[in-house]
Design a protein around this ligand. Structure first.
Ligand code: NAP
Ligand code: SF4
Length: 673
């Protein structure tokens, strides 16, 4: 008996049956744009092989004016259809099903050609869209229908029409972006005409036996967004128009409420989908921050939805479903919702991959082939770099011994998991532990590895990590000065705190210091903190009172020497959340300072090159988060003895080291050993 009977139950759509209730949600990876269609096929093929019920591709543009950016992929020519056919064939060969998402960006298009219901620029793009005339609207509909027909010709099992997240169709639905006075604007009947017309015409073009998913924005999270009555009215009209499935969209991209970041509680928006259950007869899919089979099963068991969408978890582990079906959920590489290697890459115009699984989208590039001759490898350091080397090399067939001075594996991941909003790191460490056991990796924990311990191994990998940089500030040895590791380790901290260094760790420390109970673990508290209301009461789901954060646990000042905005170097898609969180908690952020001296009263700073405006920041505790330096003692000792070793991770380069770079470097090394 499977522990996931609901998740693994087939879904009968009448003309076709999905083998389970798992949808791999659409993600823009950049693969299609790169043009290596063998690689695209390998990516989707691996997910189909891993057992997912239905895959949805990244968004494909129906035309130039609807593209998310110039050069965005679409189905424009016979050659495009042939390329996509390679993908659908591979997925079908692996026993899967795949639908193509049709994404018209509207005013979110990063292009001067972008079009929208009205000429209103979005706060997140630099291009003002052109308002469409009647003929222009007809052209958009026709192009979307053509894209659906071409998808069918390319062998797709269906299409998903992207109607949420503030894209083109969503822009017609709300008065916020639709100021038209013709039959496409004004009353809600008029504003919803476009999506309904599109679904109707797509259905007419593709016939009855083709999946048509409509992704419907169930909570816009913007001022003047849809009411719940409008959401229900639209859902019913979309069903009548011929959709096979309704998928959930949460929040517009311009919303100032996080919807998928790691600090968002798991399944934070399933209650919204749940409200729609029973309003339509077609299956409904729920979405956002669902990353384990247990959470997914629970949602289905509670009747929140008929199917569950997960996107990023399929970057982290293509075999999510077969591992769940085998009763081995602990073997699933967890998506920690960090966005660091997926969405942050997309928004930097880089190929997506995954921090936890650097082989995602690199299936044909980063190969972990089984070895012919198994060798003994010693790896010193069980942080992200050492762990990823250990796992990948062991998977290839090598015999691994992993050393660390700490009594447990994880390195700095064990610090990260103490930060409120970063609880997902706990699952990552647990997964490493489970994999170490499954791969029979020997561990020698809790004592320093010496050159003697490493004698006799065929290869030695040094992944000893980084140590805190010494900022050399006068008075830093006073007892009320702490390192970040001491703070996260539970050291006593006073009520007034100055934090030196506003990098990733400085921000983490501030969140730790101002938070009493993590709202990530308490959905109602999180909703109150960010001002998420019920769309049945508040239009768009914005609570009338706005964000209501818990009072800060401490008074904190965050400092850096640079005069740039503190937090500028944080993640592209998540930095704003960290900045907003600290702002809500009243953290003072000061840039462009010099640290003159630490005294028992606090921290004396001055400003600028002329060291003006000398003043005391009164503080009971000062926390040093001044960056890191390589911990190379063992590597240097071995090299001095003429023992060859591979130095990776923080021990190699500590500057701006994060888990993404460490894991990638470790995996790449393992591929060559
Ligand atoms: P970091 O991001 O490089 O920041 C180091 C901070 O220390 C900077 O604010 C820097 O600002 C300051 N600093 C540097 N030299 C100093 C000196 N001699 N005296 C005083 N201050 C000094 O490093 P980190 O905070 O240690 O983080 C390490 C890595 O982990 C980073 O790559 C970070 O991105 C990653 N991380 C990421 C996250 C995340 O949310 N994605 C969270 C935690 C860590 P000034 O030079 O201007 O003073
Ligand atoms: Fe998930 Fe982070 Fe991997 Fe993206 S990079 S798939 S958010 S673990």
């Amino acid at each position: 008996m499977t522990p996931y009977p609901k998740l693994l139950a087939p879904l009968d759509l009448g003309f076709t049956t999905l083998k389970n209730r798992v949808l791999m949600g659409s993600m823009h990876t950049g693969l299609e744009e790169a043009g290596d269609w063998n690689r695209v096929a390998a990516f989707y093929g691996a997910r189909a092989k891993g057992g997912v019920g239905l895959i949805v591709t990244g968004g494909m543009a129906p035309n130039k004016e609807g593209a998310v950016m110039p050069g965005a992929a679409g189905l424009f020519s016979e050659e495009d259809i042939a390329n996509h056919t390679r993908v659908t064939a591979r997925v079908h060969d692996e026993g899967g099903k795949i639908a193509m998402q049709i994404l018209h960006a509207g005013r979110y298009g990063f292009s001067p050609d972008c079009v929208a219901p009205s000429a209103i620029k979005s706060p997140i793009s630099m291009f003002k869209p052109k308002a469409l005339d009647e003929a222009g609207i007809e052209k958009q509909i026709a192009d979307i229908v053509t894209a659906a027909s071409r998808a069918q010709a390319a062998g797709y099992d269906g299409v998903e029409i992207m109607g949420s997240e503030g894209y083109f169709l969503n822009q017609f639905l709300v008065a916020h972006t639709n100021k038209r006075t013709d039959r496409w604007g004004g009353s809600y009947e008029n504003r919803m005409r476009l999506p309904v017309e599109i679904v109707q015409r797509v259905r007419a073009a593709v016939g009855r036996e083709f999946i048509v998913i409509y992704r419907l924005s169930m909570i816009d999270l913007i001022p003047n967004g849809s009411t719940w009555a409008e959401v229900v009215q639209l859902a019913k009209a979309i069903e009548t128009a011929g959709a096979s499935i309704i998928n959930t969209g949460i929040g517009w991209h311009e919303a100032r409420i996080p919807t998928i970041a790691t600090s968002v509680p798991r399944a934070a928006f399933a209650w919204v989908t749940n409200k729609l259950m029973g309003e339509v007869a077609i299956p409904i899919i729920t979405s956002n921050r669902i990353n384990t089979p247990d959470v997914a099963e629970e949602l289905l068991a509670e009747g929140c939805a008929d199917m569950v969408s997960m996107a990023r978890p399929f970057l982290a582990d293509p075999d999510f479903v077969i591992k769940a079906a085998a009763g081995k959920p602990e073997m699933i590489a967890p998506c920690i919702a960090c966005n660091q290697a997926c969405l942050d890459h997309t928004f930097s115009l880089k190929m997506s991959t995954c921090l936890v699984n650097p082989r995602a989208c690199y299936e044909t590039v980063l190969l972990l082939t089984p070895v012919e001759t198994s060798i003994n490898i010693a790896i010193v350091g069980a942080g992200p770099a050492g762990l990823s080397t250990a796992l990948s090399a062991a998977e290839r067939g090598h015999k691994i011994t992993l050393f660390d001075t700490a009594p447990m594996v994880g390195g700095q991941l064990n610090l990260a998991k103490e930060v409120p909003g970063k609880e997902e790191f706990r699952g990552l460490v647990a997964w490493y532990q489970a994999r170490i056991k499954a791969l029979n990796i020997k561990t020698r924990l809790g004592k320093m590895a010496t050159a003697k311990d490493l004698a006799g191994f065929d290869e030695v990998v040094i992944a000893t990590g980084a140590k805190p940089r010494d900022p050399q500030i006068a008075g830093q040895n006073l007892p009320h000065v702490l390192g970040y590791a001491e703070v996260l380790g539970g050291a006593k901290v006073g009520k007034r705190v100055a934090v030196i260094g506003a990098g990733g760790i400085g921000f983490d420390i501030c969140e730790y210091l101002v938070t009493t109970d993590s709202p990530t673990l308490d959905l109602e508290a999180w909703k109150t903190e960010w001002g998420v209301g019920d769309p049945q009461i508040n239009r768009g789901g914005l609570a009338e009172a706005g964000p209501q954060p818990e009072p800060a646990a401490r008074s904190v000042t965050l400092l850096q020497r640079k005069s740039t905005k503190p937090g500028k170097g944080l993640g592209k898609t998540t930095g704003w959340i960290h900045r907003a969180t600290l702002k809500m908690k009243g953290v003072q952020m000061i840039g462009g300072v010099n640290y003159e001296e630490i005294t028992p009263q606090g921290l004396i700073i001055s400003e600028g090159e002329a060291r003006e405006n000398i003043r005391l920041i009164e503080a009971d505790t000062i926390v040093l988060c001044a960056g890191q330096q390589p911990e190379r003692r063992l590597a240097d000792e071995l090299e001095a003895m003429g023992i060859k070793c591979h130095v990776i991770g923080g021990a190699d380069v500590a500057a701006e080291l994060d888990a993404k770079r460490a894991i990638l470097q470790g995996t790449k090394l393992a591929a060559t050993l």
